[in-house]
Design a protein around this ligand. Structure first.
Ligand code: FA5
Length: 353
């Protein structure tokens, strides 16, 4: 085999051209095999042939072949590095006319939308909008609302008591009793009135929890809207007018309601307010338990014992309070047949709002 320096230089030029054109690491690996590989590499053929050359040519050809192999190895490594650093970006073809990738935007949960709507309406009726703790003490959830320890009325609310939480985290006094997840928003009547003097009008919208079996109209986690108004001359007519105003603003039409005498330890007199079921138009369905009416809220005139617990002067103030089930209100408004949809996490349901 005859090997000349120009032959080696020719192989070098050819390899450099191909390295320059290579677009990815795989092509560069193939070029390495083609020129430097042990089995079929062109430069290895040259090195293997040196032993057949005349003795005086061997040093010169051997040195040149080694120099070229080293150079090509370097060039291949540099090209690989360039690719991995993305320096070859400019050579990647992009089609700027392709449509962009669609970004999926979420939206507020229907219950959150409803909370805003209700807050807006009560705000327009002159109520302050409040927030309050979901973790409560027995004192605020029961005691101060005229439901003392051992009173059978505590059974009206199936309560989740919290174990393992330090009472000190909320308030420190022994008399506040155990910690629990609030069963209603009424404790906020006490918390707010402890800080403020009448006249006052406030609305609390928040989550409550009940340890009860779920069905189409009962959830273990529910939202309530608590409203209360206290001054020196407030009566049941003010309560009925406020509820009617709220409902007609919410539904955009007159809604048939009925008041039934009821019992809450923190109001006297107390009422239960039902709506004519909008799901079936009052004919009877699974939502209204075939009765044509859905229980929506409890209300009444604030009991003197509540004012006593707060420390207001006896007999000076009168006021009304009500607690509405927000989930049930939304069910009526949007004709939703099962309260359990709200926390189902089913996007087919959520996307309808
Ligand atoms: C109360 O919770 C009283 N705190 C309401 C109140 C406030 C009365 C102020 C007087 C003065 P009740 O347990 O009835 O009352 O609940 C009020 C409303 O919450 C019900 O009318 C209903 O609409 C809703 N509700 C109650 N339990 C559930 C439940 N498990 N799932 C969904 N909604 C519920």
């Amino acid at each position: 085999m005859i090997i000349t320096p120009s032959q080696i230089k020719e192989i070098k030029k050819e390899a450099e051209r191909e390295i320059e054109k290579a677009q990815d690491v795989l092509s560069l690996d193939n070029l390495w095999k083609k020129y430097l590989g042990r089995k079929e590499g062109k430069m290895n053929d040259i090195l293997r042939g040196i032993k057949d050359l005349p003795l005086d040519q061997r040093p010169q050809i051997g040195a040149l072949a080694n120099q070229v192999s080293q150079k090509l190895e370097e060039k291949i490594n540099q090209a690989k590095e360039k690719i991995s650093q993305g320096k070859n970006k400019s050579s990647v073809k992009r089609d700027f006319t392709l449509p962009g990738r669609k970004i999926d935007l979420g939206h507020e949960h229907p219950l959150t939308q409803m909370r805003w709507k209700v807050a807006e309406i009560f705000s327009s009726l002159g109520f302050e909008i409040l927030d309050g703790p979901e973790m409560e003490t027995e004192y605020y959830n029961f005691e101060a609302l005229n439901i003392p320890d051992g009173h059978p009325a505590r059974d009206m609310w199936d309560t989740f008591f919290l174990k393992g939480f330090s009472q000190k985290k909320i308030k420190t006094t022994e008399s506040e009793g155990k910690l629990l997840l609030r069963t209603h928003t009424s404790p906020m009547q006490i918390r707010f009135m402890e800080k403020r003097q009448p006249p006052l009008r406030a609305c609390v919208i928040g989550r409550c929890f009940r340890n009860e079996a779920t069905d189409v109209s009962h959830e273990h986690t529910l939202y309530q809207v608590e409203g209360f108004c206290v001054d020196e001359d407030i009566n049941v007519s003010n309560l009925i007018h406020t509820l009617r105003s709220f409902l007609s603003l919410l539904f955009g039409q007159e809604v048939k309601i009925r008041l039934r005498p009821s019992y809450f330890p923190f109001t006297e007199p107390s009422f239960e307010v039902d709506f004519s079921c909008l799901n079936c138009g009052g004919r009877g369905c699974s939502v209204c338990g075939q009765s044509g009416w859905v229980e929506m809220l409890g209300c009444g005139m604030i009991h003197p014992r509540v004012y006593e617990a707060i420390g207001y002067p006896a007999g000076k103030y009168q006021g009304f309070a009500f607690g509405i089930g927000l989930d049930r209100l939304l069910m009526m408004l949007r004709q939703i047949d099962d309260i359990r949809w709200f926390h189902s996490g089913d996007l087919r349901f959520i996307r309808q709002f």
